[in-house]
Design a binder for this molecule. Structure first.
Ligand SMILES: [Zn+2]
Length: 281
């Protein structure tokens, strides 16, 4: 029994690390059913029709419907989201190592997912009532209590907040980008992906965003789901960089602290710059 569990665990791990197998059937010659060209390999080099095109059977019908939403291959949007759920770190690793066709293009994916989650926010998920209450109370502060420029600054913050609500995908990417430098600092000596560069770090965050957007939808339903964010980061970084439980944890913890400090410094710098700007105009 123990041995069986062990072998099951091993096969799950292997599937997580490399779910794709390619068969090279170069000796087999196919005749393309579309353009009549004779070729070897999986696809016709002239018209790109698949070599295993067969007569339509009952099995083709459900397959055709699955194609409608792209569920038939791992490179589609749902396929990539599924990969980002069960093997996020390995998928990112694959992508950085050059397995580019193993997933949907990352930036495109972010835009598509942001579009869907944006629509869900508008039509499906009712706004969390607690948040609405807080916003209403915040608006109640009498204008006299704040100096005009403070009011002006608060208005600008509100405008940025509104923009973030309307452009969730880019806003999420902006927040995650705060982690690019700390991740580079703390994880670049990883043996699994040694000396990753800052642009590679950018793509790591781009690929983290789609699932984070989905988590943000869940956290609209219940705040408890916010906890999934650090868990997802931990899970992904462990697969991606290959450090142990503790090694991944303390580095990630430091990453979040550095990113938070960076964010606060950025806000402070903008605030100070705005005050100085006001004094000279
Ligand atoms: Zn052909």
């Amino acid at each position: 029994m123990k041995a069986r569990i062990k072998s099951l665990k091993r096969s799950i791990k292997e599937r997580e690390q490399s779910p794709f197998t390619y068969e090279f059937k170069d000796e087999e010659v196919h005749r393309c059913l579309n353009c009549d060209h004779e070729f070897t390999g999986n696809y016709c080099p002239y018209c790109s029709q698949s070599a295993d095109t067969k007569r339509i059977t009952w099995r083709s019908v459900p397959k055709g419907f699955l194609e409608l939403w792209g569920f038939n291959n791992a490179r589609s949007v749902p396929g990539t989201l599924w990969q980002l759920t069960y093997r996020p770190g390995y998928l990112i690793l694959d992508y950085l190592r050059g397995h580019r066709v193993a997933c949907y293009p990352p930036i495109k994916l972010l835009v598509v997912v942001a579009l869907i989650t944006g629509l869900m926010h508008l039509y499906v998920i009712p706004e969390n009532e607690d948040n609405v209450k807080i916003e209403v109370e915040a608006d109640k502060i009498a204008p006299g209590e704040e100096s005009p420029w403070e009011q002006d600054f608060a208005d600008k913050v509100d405008a940025v907040d509104d923009w973030c609500d309307r452009n969730e995908g880019w806003a999420m990417l902006a927040i995650c980008s705060l982690l690019i430098l700390p991740t580079w600092l703390l994880y670049r000596h990883s043996r699994r992906i040694p000396k990753h560069t800052v642009p590679e770090g950018f793509y790591i965050q781009v690929l983290m965003c789609p699932l984070l957007l989905i988590i943000s939808i869940l956290s609209d339903i219940d705040d408890i789901f916010v906890l999934l964010i650090p868990i997802y980061y931990y899970y992904s970084y462990r697969q991606l960089f290959g450090y142990g439980i503790w090694g991944t944890f303390w580095r990630l913890f430091l990453c979040f602290i550095i990113a938070t400090i960076g964010f606060l410094l950025l806000i402070a710098a903008i605030y100070v710059a705005y005050r100085i700007y006001l004094q000279f105009t």
